[in-house]
Design a protein around this ligand. Structure first.
Ligand SMILES: [Zn+2]
Length: 311
């Protein structure tokens, strides 16, 4: 086991699906806001279902009030990634939430660039919007993202409550984002079914966040494999949010064996009690991924990165 962990540590890795606001360790939140106790954070992170998770995410996000707080969060996340031999990261920032809270997103982005400049992890940013809020506010976030396309914002995405924000609402804003040079990602098939993944593909998503519901639809799996559309899979996340009933029922093996490109990610590491290395270890221990397959997963992180990069 120790040998496997050493092997995983030694793999150069990329992290393509991690939310800055969801990456905040209890100690980091204390650094951001000393009035919060570690116990309070742990209680908030002890939700029991997907709705509870979204509430916990919103709670922690509300402590990020400006560049200082975002900068601390980014520095601590990048330190954690570097320590796991992560060489490349695309970090998602909830731009829609920041704008909704009337935060100075332009100044925040400048601070995030400063944080990344001192890290050995080559870093880009994905700005995402909250799908249940509808497409109107998404245009503002998209415009601001596009203005920063040459300044580290590489993609535009969407997360939140799939059941109350169909991807098809976002066809036009996604098209405009693409026209402005942004790459496109979309959470889909996480808390709802395979049709959500099809809808994300229909609006141009190039990578699917989670997408695990695809395993219930053989034709969709075949389509994803044929078009080599990667699924950003976060095993612990799916168990903790309850979208899969138990760890052993996670479809990562089935999806991988169907020839769909899989990239392993953490999503929101402290909120799910995971690290990227632990996700690789889970794949090995619980789903029988061999070292050669783990190497393939790690290579996929670079292959499906939006910036040209090699391990
Ligand atoms: Zn996510």
């Amino acid at each position: 086991m120790a040998a496997m962990l050493d092997f995983i540590q030694s793999l150069p890795k990329a992290e393509l699906h991690v939310h800055l606001e969801g990456s905040i360790q209890p100690e980091t939140l204390r650094e951001i806001d000393p009035s919060v106790t570690l116990e309070q954070v742990r209680q908030r992170y002890a939700y029991t279902d997907f709705t509870g998770f979204l509430k916990a995410f919103a709670w922690v996000a509300r402590h990020l009030r400006g560049p200082r707080e975002y900068g601390i969060a980014a520095r601590r996340l990048l330190e954690a990634l570097a320590a796991q031999n992560v060489r490349y990261a695309e970090i998602t920032v909830a731009a829609g939430v920041a704008l909704w809270l009337s935060l100075d997103l332009a100044a925040i982005h400048e601070e995030l660039l400063r944080a990344a400049a001192t890290s050995p992890v080559k870093t880009f940013w994905i700005w995402d919007v909250t799908r249940q809020w509808g497409p109107i506010p998404a245009y503002t976030a998209m415009e601001m993202a596009a203005e920063r396309h040459d300044d580290g914002v590489i993609a535009f995405g969407m997360g939140g409550d799939e059941a109350h924000g169909p991807a098809l609402w976002y066809r036009d804003v996604f098209q405009k984002a693409r026209d402005r040079g942004l790459r496109l990602v979309c959470h889909a098939g996480e808390s709802t079914g395979a049709q959500s993944v099809r809808d994300a593909l229909a609006i141009g998503a190039e990578r699917i966040g989670h997408g695990i519901a695809a395993h219930t639809d053989a034709a969709l799996l075949e389509l994803l494999a044929r078009r080599q559309v990667p699924l950003e899979i976060s095993i612990s996340s799916n168990v903790r949010t309850g979208v899969v009933a138990t760890l052993d029922r996670h479809p990562v093996r089935k999806i991988f064996d169907a020839g769909v490109p899989v990239v392993l990610n953490t999503d929101d590491p402290p909120m799910f009690g995971c690290t990227l290395n632990q996700e690789y270890a889970l794949a090995a221990e619980r789903f029988g991924f061999t070292r050669i397959e783990l190497e393939q997963l790690a290579r996929n992180g670079f292959r499906y990165a939006f910036a040209p990069v090699t391990a």
